[in-house]
Design a protein around this ligand. Structure first.
Ligand code: GRF
Length: 202
């Protein structure tokens, strides 16, 4: 069994997509634990409903990252639960060195744009404001920079003339729910390798 951990701050639709895909495809992948920095995160509810261990760990005093001691705690809990791959699914904090070093090349994220375009917050809104014709989503490895790590998978969606940030985000999320579980599967099956910035898939 390949064990993953999911970190989520919000509604957790990607978490749900991962849970459903593992079940549908009967994959030898287990979600060892779901962690959140937000006690209200619906992701925690989703985990509970599925009988998956879930924990709220208070983030400490900073807004955009975890306090160093808290970061250690997150790592500890993930390790205790046998996590081999950490999947960020709408986790709203930047991970620092302690965390990154504890899971080298073993942390991935889903971002709602075609990186390197529109890193950071509300990427779907950035895409609309910029006036691009296409956007999408990216699964990438996490490194120190924000949304800069090697790209594993991407999917494209059109930006329509009457799109609002909400309608575009919705269209992007439909693709997220396909490529994020798939990327996890590819890594679990040992089919993904990294060389410099490039990711190779067997
Ligand atoms: C997604 O759009 C993801 O790309 C971004 O945060 C959002 C999380 O959505 N990183 P959900 O909580 O999985 O529904």
């Amino acid at each position: 069994m390949f064990t993953i951990g999911v970190l989520a701050s919000g509604k957790g639709s990607n978490l749900q997509a991962i849970i459903d895909y593992i079940k549908e495809e009967n994959l030898p992948i287990k979600i060892g634990v779901v962690l959140s920095d937000n006690p209200e995160a619906y992701a925690l509810e989703r985990a509970k409903k599925e009988g998956i261990k879930s924990l709220y760990i208070p983030p400490g005093k900073y807004k955009t990252f975890l306090e160093p001691d808290v970061e250690k705690k997150y790592v500890e809990v993930l390790k205790e639960n046998g996590v081999e791959l950490v999947c960020l699914a709408g986790f709203m904090r930047v991970l620092k060195k302690t965390f990154l070093k504890s899971f080298p090349q073993r942390i991935i994220n889903i971002h709602p744009s075609l990186l390197p375009a529109f890193p950071g917050l509300e990427a779907w809104k950035q895409a609309i404001d910029y006036g691009v014709r296409f956007s999408g989503c990216t699964v990438h490895f996490v490194e120190e920079g924000v949304d800069t790590g090697p790209i594993i998978l991407q999917a494209v969606v059109p930006v329509l003339p009457d799109d609002t940030p909400e309608t575009l985000h919705q269209r992007i999320q439909e693709k997220e729910h396909i490529i994020y579980p798939l990327a996890i599967r590819l890594i679990a099956e040992g089919r993904v390798s990294i060389s410099g910035r490039k990711v190779y898939i067997k």
